[in-house]
Design a protein around this ligand. Structure first.
Ligand code: NAD
Length: 341
């Protein structure tokens, strides 16, 4: 039985990946600073470790054949645009040490989770953006420190393969969403934040939701089940170059809010407020993905948001039952109801 390590197994994608790999009969070790927040892990072994430290990375990779490296200090635009030093320092330490410990312990394959944030700002200034193909990453000019670190670690993976023979794979995610991901507290990303806002709007009866900027910035969004399937297919493939993994359906944030509202069965009004928006437009060119994997994501936005909204709505309702004010939504739902009536 192959023994695999999933770092970041207490996080959104890592937790889903552990479940996927268990179904494929791997022996799985998860490693993270924390356990998954919303349900227990099904990993065979779960090590609570700070992977910024080299000796902890040695423990995590001990006896491991293949590594899926997902641990990262990260969040949505609000977090990424305000914590450059922390992100660059922590993620560099995590990735340099995890990769080197995997080599030291004789792992044979290593998959690194990079991001569409590596693409240069100058190719993403128009909402009606040309989809980004992998070679567009250069000449490099990522918007944030988060993207710079991803780009450097991509290079490190490439050189570890060339110099040490460790088979590395590099995936560039484009906005992954789904249930069991962070949905409040400041690190949540736009899909989860919109689901939370729409759920609260429905519960409170106040159907106005806040959108950062004019909402005309564009992105593509990929459902988590497609994401973990794609990660696994890439690990098993011969593709040694970075590979986009995302949907190529471009939507504005305003359109996304309408999709979520339709799923919730309410009509919303949008209130545009100042906030970090990231690049103006970004889409995934899936030509290489189709070529090398003979596959591409297939779950529609509408279906993905049906499942994601249902889960976040249940979380919001549970928080309300506990009497907790849902983070970033002040006053609390209960308070809003009182003031609305
Ligand atoms: P997440 O924040 O839910 O999970 C990351 C996990 O890493 C967290 O559980 C966190 O506790 C853990 N971690 C942070 N610092 C650590 C440390 N020092 N030691 C051990 N563990 C540590 O994020 P996610 O959405 O699951 O993302 C997984 C990977 O995919 C990350 O590398 C991320 O950069 C990348 N990615 C995600 C997206 C997306 O849309 N979610 C897009 C592009 C790239």
């Amino acid at each position: 039985m192959k023994r695999v390590l999933v770092t970041g197994a207490g996080g959104f994608i890592g937790h889903h990946l552990v479940g996927y790999l268990k179904k494929k009969n791997y022996w799985v070790r998860g490693a993270d600073l924390k356990y998954p927040e919303y349900e227990p892990s099904v990993a065979d072994d779960f090590a609570l470790l700070d992977l910024r430290r080299w000796e902890n990375c040695l423990k995590a990779t001990d006896g491991i054949d293949e590594v899926y490296a997902l641990a990262a200090d990260m969040g949505g635009m609000g977090f990424i645009s305000a914590h450059h030093a922390e992100i660059l320092r922590n993620n560099s330490l995590i990735n340099i040490h995890t990769l080197d410990a995997a080599r030291e312990n004789g792992a044979t394959r290593y998959l690194y989770t990079s991001s569409a944030c590596v693409y240069p700002e100058y190719r993403q200034t128009d909402a009606n953006v040309t989809a980004l193909k992998e070679s567009d990453a250069y000449p490099a000019q990522p918007q944030d420190a988060y993207g710079w670190e991803k780009l450097v670690t991509e290079r490190l993976c490439t050189h570890y393969r060339e110099d040490y023979g460790l088979e590395t794979r590099i995936v560039r995610f484009h906005n992954i969403f789904g249930p069991l991901g962070t949905w409040d507290g400041g690190r949540e990303k736009a899909p989860a934040a919109l689901c939370r806002k729409v759920s609260i709007a429905k519960l409170s009866g106040n159907h106005e939701i806040e959108i950062w900027g004019d909402g005309e910035q564009t992105r593509s969004f990929c459902y988590i089940e497609d994401c973990v399937d794609g990660i696994y297919r890439l690990m098993r493939s011969d593709c040694r170059e970075p590979l986009n993994l995302g949907q190529d359906r471009l939507v504005t944030i305003n359109e996304l809010a309408d999709i979520v509202a339709a799923v919730a069965g309410i009509k919303i009004t949008r209130k545009h407020v100042p906030g970090p928006q990231g690049v103006r437009g970004r889409n995934s060119d899936n030509t290489r993905l189709r070529e090398v994997l003979g596959w591409e994501p297939r779950i529609s936005l509408e279906e993905g948001f049906k499942r994601t909204y249902a889960w976040i709505d249940s979380q919001v309702r549970a928080a309300e039952r506990r009497g907790a004010s849902v983070a970033l939504e002040k006053p609390s739902i209960a308070g809003r109801r009182a003031s609305a009536s």
